[in-house]
Design a protein around this ligand. Sequence first.
Ligand code: FMN
Length: 256
Amino acid sequence: MIMFFSATGNSRFVARSLAKLLDDEAVDLMRRMHDGDTSPLSSAKPFVLCMPVYVDGMPLPIYRHLKETPLQGSRMAYAVVTMGSYAGIAGRQARELFTSKQMEFVGCAEIAMPRNYLVGLAPEEKLESIEAKLKAAPEGIARVADAIAHQAQYEERHVSNLEYRLVLPFVYAWDGLAFPTKKFVANDACISCGKCERTCPVSAIRMVGGMPTWTKRHCMHCMACIQNCPTRAIDYGNALQRKRRYRFEKYRHLVE
Ligand SMILES: Cc1cc2nc3c(=O)[nH]c(=O)nc-3n(C[C@H](O)[C@H](O)[C@H](O)COP(=O)(O)O)c2cc1C
């Protein structure tokens, strides 16, 4: 079973490609998180977790969600992370998660994909870089599928104990403190479609009087609301007015 979390489509693309290549099913964890659904998942084939990297690690809400979700059937697990450039300790965290569930964690593969984080100082990713990553992705995914099909190890980047100890505090600090919602705003372009409310994995958005309202102090900053808004009505203060929105679907032609 391929389990995926994807705010802007990168990890969904990887998950669905793997499902096709491995003749397996892809299960949307973002929806299950939104619905608070931690009912058991069952698979005769290895579990494969596809997810983005957030702040050099595994997004902790995904970690917590899977910790509570019983995984039945196969005792083998793989992870495949998508990230702009650096996957940090996400693989080590996935290993810890699956090991705590008495499962054999085989490894974590990394697929570089376009960066979707718009907030902050990082400059917009250049179109050439987006194109290069997407054109290279299918080959990487095919290699990953081949390893999983043979229940083999991946060729994997080693994460040392030092790297793990240095990075882990950041992963926790950002999760607890640095993903505030107070600057999210919706402007007059909003058409009250409610897509943002329906997709927010941590249910931080409620439609009030036809407008999205952020009702929790923190969220994942996954960018699903901003990037998927059909009218670009959501901003972060006014920091994103001129920034290009990213959704994998806009660039799908590059991987076909
Ligand atoms: C909150 C947040 C933090 C991120 N941190 C990193 C990071 O530390 N390293 C990195 O290479 N990419 C980082 N990214 C980029 C995403 O990992 C990357 O764009 C990913 O492919 C998005 O996957 P999705 O489209 O499935 O949501 C971050 C994105 C977000 C939203």
